[in-house]
Design a protein. Sequence first.
Length: 188
Amino acid sequence: MKTFITSIALMILLTAIPAAAQNITVTGKVTDTRREPVPFASVVLRSLPDSAVVAGSMTGDDGGFSLSAPEGSSYLLTVSFIGYLTHEQVCGTSSDLGDIVLADDVQMLEEAVVVAHRVEHRPNGYHINLRNDPIAKGRQATEMLSFLPGVSTDDEPYRYSRAPHTPYISTASRSRTTPNSRPSRPRR
């Protein structure tokens, strides 16, 4: 019975030793080349040599981060953010890494040409053809008015905000106007 109690005490003691191991806190601040903080960057701490993830976090508004890891191992710190090159750094027992500067990931793109064929300017106004447009599929004409440039659908009837006399667009057969404005011509 005495050996049984001794063996249980020894097991409890051996399981408590790893729990008493010291942790280090790896801290730093992520900035860009202009020394501005990079908020919400991804920071991952991996153990070497197997690259298992030990801890991970995001930087705060000030670019700062803090990660906790077991002491006595070497780690690979990886910092990444959209628009910047990924930064990797081996950190052993050092806990304060200071400023980590992310370099801009700059790529020159070819020329982009944007062509719009939907709106045509004519002498009597704008002409918009949505007949074969996927945006019009399954929609009523009243719903389509909200896709026109400058048309407000906040209230009925629909209001066009870019004209000097502010006409109202109505889905009825006649159009209405506001006081001090010229009547708009009906569209064909």
